[in-house]
Design a protein around this ligand. Sequence first.
Ligand code: PEP
Ligand code: MG
Length: 877
Amino acid sequence: MSKKYVYLFSEGDATMKNLLGGKGANLAEMTNLGIPIPMGFTVTTEACNKYYDDNKTITQDVIDEIHTTMNKLEEISGKEFGGEKNPLLVSVRSGARASMPGMMDTILNLGLNDKTVEVVAKETGNERFAYDSYRRFIMMFADVVMEIAKQDFEEILHEMKEEKGVELDTQLTAEDLKELVVKFKEFYKSRKGEDFPQDPREQLIESVTAVFRSWDNPRANVYRRMNDIPSSWGTAVNVQEMVFGNKGDTSGSGVAFSRNPATGEKKIFAEYLMNAQGEDVVAGIRTPSPIEELDKQMPETYREFIDIVNTLENHYHDMQDMEFTIEEGKLYFLQTRNGKRTAQAALRIAVEMVEEGLVTKEQAILMMDPKQLDTLLHPAFDTAEMAKHDVIATGLPASPGAATGKIAFSAQEAKERHEAGENVILVRQETSPEDIEGMIAAEGILTVRGGMTSHAAVVARGMGACCVAGAGSVKVDEKKKTMTVNGKVYSSDDYISLDGSTGNVYAGKIETVEPEISGHFGTFMGWADEIRSLKVRTNADTPHDAAQAVKFGAEGIGLTRTEHMFFAEDRIFPMRQMIVARTEEARRTALEKLLPMQKSDFKGIYEAMEGHAVTIRFLDPPLHEFLPTQAKEIEELATELKISVDELNGVITDLHEFNPMMGHRGCRLAISYPEIAEMQTRAVIEAAIEVNEEMGWSIVPEIMIPLVGEVNELKFVKSIVKKTADAIIAERGAKLTYLVGTMIEIPRACVTADEIAKEADFFSFGTNDLTQMSFGFSRDDAGTFLKHYYEKKIYDFDPFAKLDQTGVGQFVQIAVEKGRSVKETLKLGVCGEHGGDPSSVNFFHDNGLDYVSCSPYRVPVARLAAAQAEVRNPRKK
Ligand code: PEP
Ligand code: MG
């Protein structure tokens, strides 16, 4: 039998969401539940995918099936499509597997033509209503199907209102609207060169095709990327009999939520308008009434309404968002779906539904989108304030939060103005580690270049600072201190505002509000912790970040990037001294100065972590990153170092690398200069011994060697670590256990993981570098070309933000398998940025990892994602 592409609502159910889309599956389910809905049918997501596979054409077999099903709908409704009596009118709406509100197209009143409009006028005794519906349909069809701009029609409408001397659409008479229909049709013909289609069947097929086409419109593509919806899902199309809320005083339309979507309060929240269509309610031209009013107007309908809302919530075990219409006293539900809600409301609803016995804790855990927790942890813009400002540019939503301030064009400037009491936004072409102090001082960071794992993004997420990265349309002139967007120039005196959750950049100052964390948050996260088996650690480089992460529930540190500590003002000099040293002796002298600083940092971090595990990674980045780039700074440094500018320039030239990310970095530094590893070992071990003594703890420090691709590299560095550590422990007469493990971030390390595991106490996947090296994409530059990949559907997602499970994921799987084949209990973690991404966390859970590690502000997100992964695929017995 050939494949079925069209289903009557009575042929489906809620489990068929992938095929029928969310809306279609729910309409089918409501049919089964006996809820009054206008009848109809769904053209499947597979038909949409077929449309794309067939070069964007809808094939005859699908067309035939739509027609046959339409015949059935005529029978069921007792109406005739295009009929001279009792004509059937339908709506045509998109409906993907996941709801994508407002992203795709809708057409209402389809089936109207010059003849049926007359029949409708006669049968309803309401000519005005018939012609009003017809002119709306012509406009929608022209806009959605034929891509003639809606504004052109609105202008014609506007001209007519002026001509007739009226202000509101509702003041136009039936005669006026008839005239308007003629004008609309004339305009349509002038643009298309053909008449407005009169055959309802032709209107229908064109409209279904247009909805398929709208799956690929730019806003839908952007929405999908932001919400992890693959383009391969396609959209279904729902064709449903029209019911009219604008048929007079016993008709009306409204929207309803089974609980309050802003606060989560258990109270039906609904609004309606009598004598109006759904779009009038949403458009906000007339103020809708609260649903309680309906009790006075139509008590029976009101009771039926309340019953249905309760039935739907109990049936779906979740808060429902519904649309309804009353047509001449008869109530219809047009759709239901799990309602979108604020993070606060989501927590309250989940917790209360468990208390009410409506859902289990496991079901409650699945009700919350982990990414939504972000908004509870960062300041946010006041929504009403935000609506008053223009979006001037959009970049990547690199680190959530809201920030507002005047523009600072360099880290130094940001720091100075911050110290002088100003709120600033640091705007840079791109940031380098040198900018760290400016980044800390700034309220938010905006960069023109860079992706989700660019330096700015990683550091900002670590600090919980708002960051928009890679806003390519912004032109920055750091010398002139100007920023230009769309021809408008902004200077240091101008305010801008950043929304790190959407990537939007606004002109002007927008007030922010501190998020409130209610008691439900704690209860909910407690359940997540009870359920999950994957542990959650944090990436933290300072005691402050570590303490923040502990507050957010981190169970240890999975990565301390020691290099970040060297950028502070009081450390950069000895660090530079170490780098420019040309002899081991000179290097050791500089390292001596760095030792006490590192040691005190580590002590601070151990203390902040209250005895939890701490993984410290040895120096990783190419050394030249620490050197100044500007002539003035080079001069200053040469003076400080007591060498000539020429000599220093010589060293800088020597350190220059064509491809530093693949250059002298990671364990390669310790292999060239073992004394660096010695100093770092000493700092880690001495700090641990001292804190254990002071606090009576038994910290087991974990030393992590970066960028190992060959077991002998690890063996070499490990021997230095062991020799140094064991000598210190013996010397101090202390008892201390420590571990030496490695990052797995080079493809070669994955495929030789069985050899490496023999030398390693643990593996931690550095999925940032592993992604970079698997794809051969530079993590700092990929943003510039990946956008073309999204446009051309080569990739749906940024592989630096969401693990590429098919490719990079295989390297992880190979390493897990090979590593555990020689050491069954080998501890496995992840410390790349993917450790805080829900779908990647799910993958790490499924592949048996012990923990994920992410920036402090993503710890709650990872805890919830880990719990959800456990519910979906239980690892606990
Ligand atoms: C990684 O590569 O995934 C990692 C965690 O290390 P870094 O980002 O510091 O290179
Ligand atoms: Mg790395």
